[in-house]
Design a protein around this ligand. Structure first.
Ligand SMILES: [Zn+2]
Length: 280
């Protein structure tokens, strides 16, 4: 059962990745000014490393945690009597809320930011950026889903569906894809879109500390971290971190070591513009 779900997730994920790679060629949101080979070597290497990590950790994956919780009656949704469909919806909402909280902590806690800055140090944004995570951050991401699953009693089906939807939307949200404005307005009522998430990858901290949502935009609206931007602002936006823009910092070995190196202005509060709160 677990193996077939893993296979389905893999087919959907790599199919979506190929689709966004092609779509970006025909409908780019922004002109890519950075060298693609330099960025892609690091981003795709991190994808391979993190896939390996997930494979090793498969026995303790969130799906197995959900199965065990259901068998043992652990977690709120396994205790209260609710229809199965409601448990699936509530479980997916709980995981997405947990991922929103995790993302706020990744920005707000200095040590966690040093892991997460690997993601933000990409000097461009496209579908490969979605996979640019330090392995320790990827591990924390898996543990967050497992912890929420155990506490809430998320059904295994909800974990599987959320994992597929979130991985595809992460590719979509980071893609360099120009979604027509009226379609974007409609989509962002519910899910994270490229224009919505591009704000989060800005070099200006007041923009970086906004639009934290992973799958749904409701949490940013609810907690006051939603920031709108105009197409003109989107076109002019500088992506990445000003203090990690040199060629050496883009290398895979430097990216893997980045959380443990002394990096100037490493604190999320040390950048210009950090004092300005996000507008809602
Ligand atoms: Zn972030």
């Amino acid at each position: 059962m677990h193996e077939s779900i893993w296979a389905l997730q893999s087919y959907v994920f790599f199919g979506a990745m190929a689709s966004f790679a092609v779509a970006e060629l025909f409908l780019p949101l922004r002109q890519q000014s950075e060298r693609l080979d330099r960025r892609w070597t690091t981003n795709l290497s991190l994808l391979v490393l993190n896939l390996g990590l997930v494979r090793i950790l498969a026995p303790v994956s969130a799906f197995l945690v959900a199965q065990e919780a259901a068998r043992s009656g652990i977690g709120l949704l396994n205790i209260v009597d609710v229809p199965f469909w409601l448990a699936v919806v509530a479980g997916m909402l709980a995981i997405d809320a947990g991922k929103y909280c995790e993302h706020r902590l990744l920005h707000g806690v200095p040590f966690l930011w040093r892991l997460h800055l690997v993601h933000h140090s990409d000097t461009g944004a496209d579908f490969t950026t979605a996979e640019r995570h330090h392995p320790i951050e990827a591990l924390i991401g898996g543990l967050t889903i497992s912890a929420v699953t155990l506490a809430v009693g998320v059904p295994p089906l909800a974990v599987a569906v959320f994992t597929v939807l979130a991985s595809v939307d992460a590719l979509f949200a980071h893609s360099n894809l120009a979604v027509p404005p009226h379609t974007d307005r409609w989509l962002r009522l519910f899910i994270v879109t490229p224009a919505f998430h591009n704000v989060h990858h800005s070099a200006a901290r007041r923009e970086t500390d906004s639009n934290f949502g992973q799958l749904l935009t409701v949490w940013d609206r609810m907690f006051g971290t939603y920031r709108r931007s105009t197409p003109e602002q989107d076109a002019a936006r500088v992506i990445g971190l000003e203090y990690l823009r040199d060629e050496r910092s883009a290398r895979l070995d430097r990216v893997l070591l980045a959380p443990f190196l002394r990096i100037e202005a490493e604190s999320p509060r040390a950048q210009p513009g950090s004092e300005t709160p996000a507008s809602t």
